[in-house]
Design a protein around this ligand. Sequence first.
Ligand SMILES: Cc1cc2nc3c(=O)[nH]c(=O)nc-3n(C[C@H](O)[C@H](O)[C@H](O)COP(=O)(O)O)c2cc1C
Length: 328
Amino acid sequence: MSDLRTSYMGISLKNPIIVGSSPLSTRVDTVAAMEAAGASAVVLKSLFEEQVRIDADAFEQDLARHNETSAEATSMFPHLEHAGTRTHVFWISEARKAVHIPLIASINCVTKVQWTEYAKALEGAGVDGIELNLYSPSRDLDTTAAEIEDREVSILDEVRQAVHIPIGVKLHPFYTNLPNVVKRFEEAGADGFVMFNRMFQPDIDVDQEIKRARYQETDSRDTLLPLRWIALLSHHLRAGIAASTGISNGRDMAKVMLAGARATQVVGVLLREKPAHIGRMLAEFTAWMDLHGYKNIEEFRGKLSRVNPNDSWNFTAGQYVEGLLGLG
Ligand SMILES: Cc1cc2nc3c(=O)[nH]c(=O)nc-3n(C[C@H](O)[C@H](O)[C@H](O)COP(=O)(O)O)c2cc1C
């Protein structure tokens, strides 16, 4: 029987399937359902910066609706000023009591609001780690990439100073030089990286001539982008990598782990196929390990990562042309 145990951000996991931040992780019952379906950990739905900036009226209404819960959260974290954060921290502490698997809280932060205070509150609620989702598309013609990266690193740095639990960074693939950014995040104390976040792309309905914010589903083909970067970077990092985007079956899991990932984060396929699909993915992954004679994950993890500077993971211009001409 194959041993599926792994670890990510220093957190021990019974298998490599972490349910990513999504509607699958917004309530205590949905988190419990993920545990029952076999997930090894859950990243809780992000609290977005906009929610932290909730206005005072909404705060009062929220307080009235959740009288008891807010009272407890207030006494636990007297410096938190927003109902959004208070109720969020409270439900997370309830989820912590309800399940045994590791829980990772997610913060979607763009600017330096009170992330340190909030991160401390999440740590107090008992989560095993924090994931920072730093993506915010820039609309500013004057800000440089270096300034944005500096700000992101300093957010991580401040959160790192504030908490003792592991911190992961959910990356987007659009940095000019991802290896350097990853190195800087690691130096600032990142324990893990999620490669990659999936962006909602605004669309236009040409019949009605209106904008539509629509989620584009992912599938196994979308794993190729994270696959390449995981293969390129996993050898260089102390921090673990969780592959995300399009991971849909046991073969996708095997692929990203051969490239060096320690775990996977899965969302889209579970929204489509329902949480029971976790069992099917684990069965397929186990069957692949058995077929290849692997007893545990460390026997093959990173086997096909970039082992020398000339590896085709680099995709030089020549390889690109060869690939296009079908010569590769
Ligand atoms: C409906 C929906 C809501 C999501 N909400 C969040 C969120 O709050 N925070 C976050 O970091 N990622 C969020 N994500 C992104 C997922 O965590 C994940 O990175 C993305 O869906 C790619 O993985 P997949 O291909 O397995 O779906 C959301 C995804 C979906 C589909």
